[in-house]
Design a protein around this ligand. Sequence first.
Ligand code: NAI
Length: 418
Amino acid sequence: MDFDIKDINLAKSGHNRIAWANQTMPVLNIIKERFEKEKPLKGIRLGACLHVTTETASLMLTLKAGGAEPFLCASNPLSTQDDVAAALVDSGIPTFSIKGEDNDVYYKHISQVLDARPAMTMDDGADLVSILHKDRRELLPGIKGGTEETTTGVIRLKAMANDNVLEYPIVAVNDAMTKHFFDNRYGTGQSTLDGIIRATNRLIAGSTFVIAGYGWCGRGLAMRASGMGANVIITEIDPLKALEAVMDGYRVMPMEDAAKIGNFFCTLTGDINVIRKEHFQLMQDGAIVSNSGHFNVEIDTKGLENIAVSQREMRPFVVEHVLKNGHRINLLAEGRLVNLASAEGHPSSVMDMSFANQALCAEYILKEVNRLKKDVYGVPQEIDMEIARLKLDSMGIKVDVLTDEQKHYLSSWEMGTT
Ligand code: NAI
């Protein structure tokens, strides 16, 4: 079996941590049990480009239980958990990822997954799909469909579909309510703070915490940072989101103003160069800057390097940049996803729902392969609702059921107030 990981001897720790994560992934476990019996993915080679974490391992094992042959590489050079990669190889899943790999190795690993000639792709950020369409077009006819995990990937894929260049159907897992309501909000909220705290061990209470982007992820982080006693400032480009942030009780201002007063900065926009040279030059001494949005594009790290007179690594994942004015600007995790680089990504309980969507959507694509066109599809509502129901069940929480009278009332225009 071909693979490229840091050290196979780390497998034991990986297996234990995967088992730990699995304890709070009840929905995925139910799906795995059914997959074991029904083998809905039998014989399907699946190329996955996802963060190599304990939760992803549970997903890979579920897909394998369903009869698929998964091949995995990382969707970010800093997000791999090397012990998990080792455990996956030990479980017979070809894995190509090493934490801290450089860009060349990152793309080599994607290419190695594609060498397996997958019939299905599972992406987080659309790098796999994009390489397939640019450099490996000979493989396109063999692909039945794919899934996409995150906001930015879905935006890219919809742009491809609009330009009529997308060559196979994709289900946008991110668009499931059981995904972005929870993973993006509560998952990113908690794990981003976890990453910033593990990297810096600085106190959040009483700090001024600037969050760029008040989408699902930004809202989650704002809620958690505020809960720990930070004064949260939001920067936005969308007037509606900005208004929502104001009504939620946060200060809203342009980055140019926020740069002068923030202690912590975190970007969660999916956009490029949200924090740039001109902002770094306004920041206070000791500012801590991180990204938890897309890849490493949201902070102009090159711009920061160019204006720095010196750089040194203060702790793992913290590089101090001293500017001409003497101010020290600390960049976390090279501007890559801080929650996955210096922490472990989202807690398993929330990934349970995201990855239940992935598993069920893989099954859905195969069932509907003759009907699906070369387009981006939402997750079918039945799958979304089923996952919500199973998650509630697993938590022992019951909800009310509509009476016949209520059903009638809610679906009729004739029944009035009497
Ligand atoms: P979203 O679309 O709900 O929110 C993004 C927000 O950023 C929007 O409100 C938009 O108006 C705002 N924005 C865009 N450009 C901006 C700029 N220059 N300045 C200020 N605000 C700006 O997206 P969501 O779901 O919150 O995702 C955000 C990013 O996080 C995406 O790249 C997504 O792929 C990524 N993501 C990261 C995760 C992680 O584990 N770190 C998990 C889930 C998503």
